[in-house]
Every structure is written in C-alpha cells, then in structure tokens.
Ligand binder design. Structure first.
Ligand code: IFM
Length: 458
C-alpha cells in the first residue's frame, strides 16, 4: 500500500535539476564566445574569493554528455540550464556566433534523446560586457538587445524547446550587482541604479515574452523570481510595518509588476526619489500574461524595526535555535509552503515551477571515496514535503528543480560553497554523486511509482 504522502505528486509532475551557464560551462574563450560581465568581474582582483572564475568551472561545455548521463541515472524529467548570451552574440547584438548556437543544439538533442525535457533560461546573469559598457541593465537599449538575442535563440531551438524562462532572479542582478557592487557588474549606484536595473530587466522580460509568443507560439514561457517570505520578528506594529516594506523590496515589487502591471504604491512612496523612468506602455509590456511563474526559494527572512527609525525596511534578525546552511541561510521549510500559498492567493499564476531549491554544505569525500551529505538529504526531504502540502492545498505547482545538479562556481564565493547533489573534484573534474543524488533518484522513482499506482486504482 502506498501512503498518501507518496501520492501527492501527479504523474505529470516534473522532477528536475538546474544549473546556469557561467557556473558550469567553462570554455570561456572557446568557439568565439565573447566576454561577459562575470569574466570581467572575476578577473578584477578582490571581487571573487581566491580570485576564482568560471573559466573552467565544471567543464560542462565539453562534458555535457557525461552530465546528461547523470541526469538519466537520476531519472530526471527535465533539466533547467541557461544560455550564455555572449556565446551567441559576442558583442551583445549584431553578428551571431553559430558555434555558440551549435553547442546548445547538441545539448538539447542529447537531452531529448535521453527523454529529458529542456527548460531553457535565456539570461542567468552573464551579460555581454559590450552591453555593460553602454550602461548594461540601466540602459533601456539593453531590453531591445535582449529581445533580439531571444529571437536568435528561439528561432534556432524553438522547434525542440517547449519551456522558456526569460530571466533568472532580476532582484540579484539589480541589488548586489548594481546597487551594492558585490556581484557583477560591480556597480554601487544605490537604490536608483537597482530600481532602474529592475525596470529594464522586467521590460526585457516582457519584450522577450512577445518574441517567444511570435516565434514559438506552442511553447510555455515565464520568468523566474527569487522570492523570500518575510516574517516580522514580533507582532509589534513597527516590526510588522518593517517586514511589509522588506516584503515590498524582496517580493511585491516584482510580483505586482508582472501580475498587475503596477509597482506597489507604498514602495513607490518610500523610494520616491529613486523611482525608475517608466515610459508609455512599459507596464503593459512587463505584465503581459505568462504561462508559468518560476520561483527560486531557499530560505526566509525575519525582520525587526530599526530602533533609530532611519531604515524603514528594518533590520535582519537571525532566529535563535534555528538550523543554517553553509551560506548562512536558515533552513525553514514552512517558508516555501507559506510563500506558495500566498502567491496563489494574491497573484493567481496559471502554473508554478520551483525552478531552484537546495542547500550548500561543506561536503568532503570520505575514505570510501563517497560524499555523505545527510544535512542536504534532510533539507530536500523537508522542502519537498512542504511543496507537496502546498500542492495538496491547491497551489498549481507543476515541477521542482533541485539546485544544483553539480557543485559549481558560486559567484563571489568562488568554488567554496557546494550546492550540488553531485560532488565536483575540481582538480580532476571528476563527478562523484553524493548521497543526496542517490536520495533524489530513489525519491523520484518512488514518486513515479506512487503516481502510476494511483492512476491504476483510481
Ligand atoms: O547559485 C545560485 C544561482 O545562480 C541563483 N540562485 C541561487 C543559487 C545559490 O546561491
């Protein structure tokens, strides 16, 4: 007998794993690839831990067949990867580099031959440096360049790729990248730069959607947002107010724009001196209907009011007696449940994919050569249980992608933080499936068997 927990996920639920181009591909100078902002940033002394970069990364560019074999072993339904814009258009626009397209052609075919559905992200942070030199995401012209790039890619892969994600986590690009300067492109323009970078990215998303609709009308398309549920540290009015503002910065600014075509009034008021330049039909473009919302979620935020009153967004609180991962993020599986419920209730997306979820832990290879990562297994068990509950509660959840298939280049942390369910021996590039890989494999097998059984008896 299957227990009901095994039956939560329907047979067509998509189980996947995710990566991103700059984090895994390597081959940074091969086959005509242009420079990206991450090449420039990584090569700037002091920006990335130990001066590391994505120059070689996991060498997925050459070893993609081996990686697809790992996916087959896992029994994945889908693989989410991103396309490196500078491989396709080395200068960001203009001349197309056919060899770059050829790589993704081969990858897509290898996946399809293995029965694995490609979920393609068009932009996962590796902007061509040539576009950054013209203002990057603060320049509206970048949104048009993105639309033209989307057209080139969809024309080539659209006969086989049925799921497109325009952007990954515009929040991260904007705040750490343009406001604080701690991620590429390393600009520290504060709120004004961040809000402008968000607006241009969302415009690019809308324009990209239009292109996909035209070039691949049968395809499903959407955007991936990193969403973090925010809780007040207490029920005190000022803590609740601060949490609401933080929620505005983390979540509502994006969700309201994409689903309602308006930035939230309270945030517009709070940021009145920094609001981006919104022109003509921008908000209609940004809010054109999407087929699905991609959500990346890892943790939650807890906020208390700033006693000086200067920072309306409040101060982060580190909850006591909580568990934390190696990136210092709290393990809080109820958060993803609350988040999914809230997004369903307030925004009513047609469909949701969890496009990233996972955890970094300081994994090591033990004497037996294996990697035992019980904390990651526990994390994944808890989080998949929470999304199962959300699904049962009526959230239109269609799939889940673990972050990540492989340990990889974790941006400013370099190779220090390991998120993979497969361990990377960076000195040899050997792939070593961790215990969490085996756990995910048997989890998927069990879920599929349970779904079949439910179908048979139902
Ligand atoms: O590695 C990143 C990924 O590129 C975007 N989402 C969060 C992951 C972990 O930090």
């Amino acid at each position: 007998m299957q227990n009901t927990r095994e039956c939560r996920f329907p047979g067509n639920f998509v189980w996947g794993a995710a990566t991103a181009a700059y984090q895994v591909e390597g081959a940074a100078h091969e086959d005509g690839r242009g420079e990206s902002i991450w090449d420039r940033f990584s090569n700037t002394p002091g920006k990335v831990r130990n001066g590391e970069s994505g120059e070689i990364a996991c060498d997925h560019y050459h070893r993609y067949r081996e990686d697809v074999a790992l996916m087959r072993e896992l029994g994945l339904d889908a693989y989410r990867f991103s396309i490196a814009w500078p491989r396709i258009l080395p200068m960001g626009r203009g001349a197309v580099n056919e060899k770059g397209l050829d790589f993704y052609d081969r990858l897509v075919d290898e996946l399809l031959d293995s029965g694995i559905e490609p979920f393609v992200t068009l932009y996962h942070w590796d902007l061509p440096q040539a576009l950054e030199d013209e203002g990057g995401w603060t320049n509206r012209a970048t949104a048009d360049a993105f639309a033209a790039y989307t057209h080139v890619v969809v024309r080539r892969l659209g006969d086989r790729v049925r799921h497109w994600i325009t952007l990954n986590e515009p929040w991260v690009v904007a705040w750490p990248g343009y406001a604080l300067g701690v991620l590429a492109p390393g600009r520290d323009g504060g709120e004004a730069a961040a809000l402008q970078a968000i607006h241009v990215q969302l415009l690019a998303h809308g324009k990209g959607m239009e292109v996909i609709r035209g070039a691949a009308p049968e395809a499903q398309a959407g955007i991936t947002l990193n969403l973090t549920p925010i809780y007040p540290a207490s029920e005190a009015e000022d803590d609740v107010r601060s949490a609401r503002y933080t929620d505005g910065r983390e979540n509502r600014w994006f969700l309201d724009a994409v689903f309602t075509g308006h930035y939230p009034d309270d945030m517009l008021e709070l940021w009145r001196e920094h609001v981006p330049s919104i022109e003509g039909r921008d908000m209609d473009t940004i809010s054109m209907p999407i087929d699905f919302l991609g959500i990346n979620n890892y943790s939650r935020g807890v906020v208390r009011a700033d006693p000086t009153g200067r920072n309306k967004l409040g101060l982060d609180v580190r909850p006591e007696n909580a568990k934390f991962t190696d990136t210092g993020w709290e393990v809080y599986p109820d958060g993803i449940f609350d988040l999914l419920e809230r997004v369903r209730r307030e925004y009513g997306p047609r469909r949701i994919y969890i496009t990233e979820n996972g955890a970094a832990f300081p994994d090591v290879r033990s004497h037996d050569g294996q990697v035992h990562d019980p904390e990651r297994v526990q994390y994944l068990e808890w989080y998949t249980d929470s999304i199962g509950r959300a699904l049962e509660g009526g959230v239109p959840l269609a799939g889940y992608f673990v972050w990540s298939l492989l340990d990889n280049f974790e941006w400013a942390h370099g190779y220090w933080k390991r998120f993979g369910i497969t361990y990377l021996e960076y000195s040899t590039l050997e792939r070593v499936p961790k215990a969490s890989f085996q756990w995910y494999r048997s989890f998927i097998t069990r879920r599929k068997a349970a779904a079949k059984e439910t179908q048979r008896v139902g």
